[in-house]
Design a protein around this ligand. Sequence first.
Ligand code: NAP
Length: 305
Amino acid sequence: MRDLIIIGGGPAGLTAGIYASRARLDVQLLEMTAPGGQILVSDLVENYPGFPGGISGGELMERMAEQARRLDLSIAVGEVTSVDFSGPLKKLALSDGKKIETKTVIIATGATPRKLGVPGENRFYGRGVSYCATCDGPFFRDKVVVAVGGGDTAVQESLFLTKFAKKVHLVHRRDALRAARILQERALGNDKLVMEWDSVVTSINGNDDVESVTVKNLKTGKARELAADGCFVWVGIEPNSGFLKDAVKLDEQGFVVTDATMATSAPGVFAAGDVRNTPLRQVATAVGDAAIAAMSAEHYIETMK
Ligand code: NAP
């Protein structure tokens, strides 16, 4: 039986692994594919201290994973499908049928992009509809694309798209962006980025690939069909917490509720990073959460003795 199982290998999971390994806990990190998490798709992380020129999400995560491996963190591929946190020993069931028992758990499963839910979104996924500018932006060189959303992701990624596309229509449902001021300033000062204020996408259209996007102005009620080769959707995130069911308390959106020590409603179970109900979702806050969660797990194990 392990001291600690960390579920998820993004910035929060790897940081928890680094701290737990240094505390000499018998710890294993489970990750569905390879370590990295959502930040992998970010071409430039400018607000993680220590990298004055910024660093790509991919390189930052490579460095975190290397650091964890140097400290002998065991990283295994495994998808947790259900949990039983009712007893003193925590039980995890994996998709390959394996069962794991552990004294403590850190949930660091992050979040995934929310879908728009409009006609054409699923049909044209991979054929013009995308959730990742770093992955797909280069396919849109000298083309016109529509982007949707008004948060940090939408604005930052739309700015990245302007390096390739000749024009980016950024469709936002209100008349003010939610994104950080520095990103707003860059967006509003970029000639290739055209704001479509007070508007929503109602359908994504085409034959084999995306050919146009229908955008409705919420103030006038008028719909327009914008000719476009792609549609990038960045309308927020949803927590990867479905496998938890009723094992820990979740908020109304499904994010895991914790206290200041990162403890969930189940004793011995902690959460860190984007899956947690936190006011700020950044690499910096995820790694901070994780350091606290690892320390809390260590303290909890001490009290079991
Ligand atoms: P977000 O901050 O929740 O923003 C989602 C955006 O999508 C909002 O502008 C929202 O509009 C809009 N929206 C939501 N549902 C919609 C719908 N059905 N139709 C049309 N628009 C819709 O999500 P995010 O930008 O993905 O960011 C997630 C977290 O990661 C945030 O905490 C963010 O700060 C963080 N992040 C930080 C950075 C950075 O620091 N550089 C980069 C990326 C992400 P309203 O504004 O009207 O609500």
